[in-house]
Design a protein around this ligand. Structure first.
Ligand SMILES: Cc1cc2nc3c(=O)[nH]c(=O)nc-3n(C[C@H](O)[C@H](O)[C@H](O)COP(=O)(O)OP(=O)(O)OC[C@H]3O[C@@H](n4cnc5c(N)ncnc54)[C@H](O)[C@@H]3O)c2cc1C
Length: 614
């Protein structure tokens, strides 16, 4: 008998199992034969805007994704670099084989998790114990079950007119969600996602594309790694663009597109559209970015990011060869779309446990999300809560004001999904506070509350106390009027000396880089603290005013429940996104409260509208 059986060894499943074994529980991962743990069926990249925060939250809570990403990274980037420290996110391209190999190795060598390569075909429950029937006819028992079956349940692949059963290319499907669990009515939804063709790098002319080198200044995700340490050779990604010919071929084959000819019924991800979606959604635009990204150091396969498609093979070949640099591209695997069963997450609670079947948890793509990071974040929450329940502790909920994972879980369980869910910063009301750099501060109380007392807990406590010391110093340290300080300001380029100016005030001077100045000043004072603490203190200090302002905006949003609005004004506003306008025109809200409750309405939209009230 297992304490916890995790069905699925993807990003959600690995996190769920990894965190559960930290509680000393007997844990198994059930995964389909031939599929490596934490494999990356789409672009092998981790992090990005909003998602980088999730990876760091997972890491600070004791999860694995940050460590795996660093160990396998072959290109680093800091996104939003020009927009300032507060909204930056780290993204790494990983070697997909190394990523999965590292996951297998860590699970095998550092844990007691049993990995069973078999298919779950049915789950039932007797007196609170789950019986799981495997395809090999073996039955296993468990006190808790976490389902993380990704895109596999009733998976159906589409490439043009070709339809094949499968969870992803070359893989068998799982049973349907309702066939797997007969005990309750699940009413699965059908979603769809897609992936582009993979190309042979030796057939590509990179000389006509713009190279993007790995950024040596980007910081690792995992706590215990040196911030700028690199574990693998770093390589470049390349940028090309589609053109009129590319989009012309796609537009003239609309009737052969499974998305547009009715063959695919499932709803696809709005924020990861296929090239067909782009062609028809933006009829006047022909130039779309194509990032040509390596899939690993030892493979010839590259991933052309931005041209995901389920068009017939010959159409894919024709449009790909119109893209500069790809004129002679050899296709290794054709693009395809996959449709799959998704659970209705309003049936789950904030621990991701099913409200009608205690002990049954769901996490990852099966919950209607899209993306490795979203999956991993949910896996961690489901694993933590399944474990906490077994050791007699209360559930752990991350607050949405404090984490991206909290935002995602709350959105999932409170709103009925009508399309795949993806995290991005606009979903977060407090994005200036919920940053990558201050993750240790935001997550430390949660991690420490688990009482696991590992090296991670000690490092987190140390960082938090160092942070408090530095923040105290910022407001208390004043530059006295003397020659030495005057000269110091002059030589360091700090601007006009102001007697008694505090360190905090100095760091807020708009022409100074707060992180560089604080690093410099601490060095001058002989104070040694972790570079991550310096960074967080400098950024928190710099943005304190904006963070307070955002809090005031949020309070306004809460106060204006019954205020009348004219939704037609909102449809004309240039400050409101197209997605929000689409949803507003469907619901036609008459009060601010109604607007607030429309699924998918962004916090920024609410703040804009509330800003117009007296
Ligand atoms: C074609 C394709 C395109 C994608 N495109 C994008 C994209 O554009 N953007 C994006 O962010 N994400 C994309 N993804 C999604 C990304 O792959 C997922 O978000 C992520 O892998 C989900 O992680 P997961 O752990 O939920 O599921 P997965 O990583 O899919 O893992 C599922 C696991 O469940 C196991 N499993 C399934 N059924 C059973 C069963 N019955 N018994 C035992 N084991 C089982 C499998 O072996 C596998 O280990 C795409 C995925 C696919 C397949």
């Amino acid at each position: 008998m297992f304490d916890i059986v995790v069905i699925g060894g993807g990003h959600a499943g690995v996190e769920a199992a990894w965190i559960s074994q930290q509680f000393g529980l007997k844990v198994a991962i059930l995964s389909l034969p031939g599929i490596g743990l934490a494999s990356t069926p789409c672009n092998p990249a981790v992090g990005g805007v909003g998602k980088g925060q999730v990876v760091r939250e997972i890491d600070a809570l004791g999860g694995l994704m940050g460590r795996l990403a660093d160990l396998s990274a072959i290109q680093y980037r800091t996104l939003n670099e020009s927009k300032g420290y507060a909204v930056q996110s780290t993204r790494v391209q990983v070697d997909k084989d190394a990523y999965s190999r590292n996951a297998e190795k860590i699970i095998a060598e550092e844990t007691t998790i049993e990995v069973l390569r078999d298919k779950a075909v049915e789950i039932d429950r007797e007196e609170g114990i789950f019986n799981i029937t495997l395809e090999s006819s073996i039955k296993i028992q468990s006190r808790r079950v976490i389902i993380t079956a990704g895109t596999f349940l009733s998976g159906l692949l589409h490439t043009g007119e070709e339809k094949t059963s499968g969870g992803r290319t070359g893989c068998v499907p799982g049973p349907g969600l309702q066939a797997l669990i007969k005990e309750i009515k699940l009413n699965p939804l059908r979603f769809k996602t897609g992936t582009p063709a993979r190309l042979n790098k030796n057939s590509i002319d990179f000389s006509v594309m713009d190279p993007q080198e790995s950024d040596e200044h980007s910081l690792n995700f995992h706590f215990a790694h040196e911030p700028k340490q690199r574990f693998l050779e770093q390589v470049s990604c390349y940028l090309s663009r589609t053109n009129e010919d590319t989009l012309g071929i796609i537009r003239s084959n609309k009737d052969r597109s499974p998305i547009f000819n009715g063959q695919i019924k499932g709803v696809g991800p709005r924020y990861c559209p296929s090239i067909e979606d782009k062609a028809f959604r933006y009829p006047d635009r022909n130039s779309h970015h194509v990032f040509v990204e390596p899939e690993g150091l030892e493979t010839d396969s590259v991933y052309p990011n931005g041209i995901s498609t389920s068009l017939p093979k010959e159409v894919q070949e024709a449009f790909i060869r119109t893209i500069p640099g790809l004129e002679n591209a050899e296709i290794l695997v054709h693009g395809y779309a996959v449709e799959y069963d998704v659970v209705d997450t309003t049936q789950l609670d904030r621990a991701l446990e099913h409200t009608e079947v205690p002990g049954l948890f769901f996490a990852g793509q099966i919950n209607g999300t899209s993306g490795y990071e979203e999956a991993a974040g949910q896996g961690l929450i489901a694993g933590l809560n399944a474990s906490l329940g077994l050791v007699g502790r209360s559930k752990l909920h991350l607050k949405r004001e404090e984490s991206y994972i909290g935002v995602m879980v709350e959105d999932l369980v409170t709103q009925k999904r009508d399309e795949p869910y993806r995290l991005f910063t606009a979903r977060n009301e407090r994005r200036l506070f919920v940053r990558e750099d201050n993750t240790f501060l935001r997550m430390a109380p949660y991690r420490l509350s688990l009482g696991l007392n590992t090296n991670l807990d000690q490092s987190l406590s140390l960082l938090v106390s160092e942070y408090e010391v530095v923040m105290n110093l910022l407001s208390s340290y004043r530059y006295r009027e003397n020659q030495e300080n005057r000269e110091h300001f002059l030589t360091q380029g700090y601007g006009t000396f102001a007697p008694n100016i505090t360190l905090s005030e100095l760091l807020k001077r708009s022409f100074l880089d707060p992180v560089a100045v604080l690093t410099n000043e601490l060095l001058r004072a002989g104070i040694v603290v972790d570079s991550r603490v310096v960074r967080t203190a400098a950024i928190s200090n710099k943005y304190a005013g904006y963070i307070d302002r955002a809090k005031i905006d949020l309070d306004r949003v809460d106060r204006f429940e019954n205020k009348k609005i004219d939704y037609t004004d909102l449809l004309k506003s240039s400050n409101i996104s197209t997605e929000c306008k689409q949803r507003i025109s469907e619901v036609r809200p008459e009060t601010f409260g109604q607007l607030k409750r429309i699924q998918g309405i962004r916090p920024a939209t609410l703040a804009t509208v509330a800003g117009n009230f007296n």
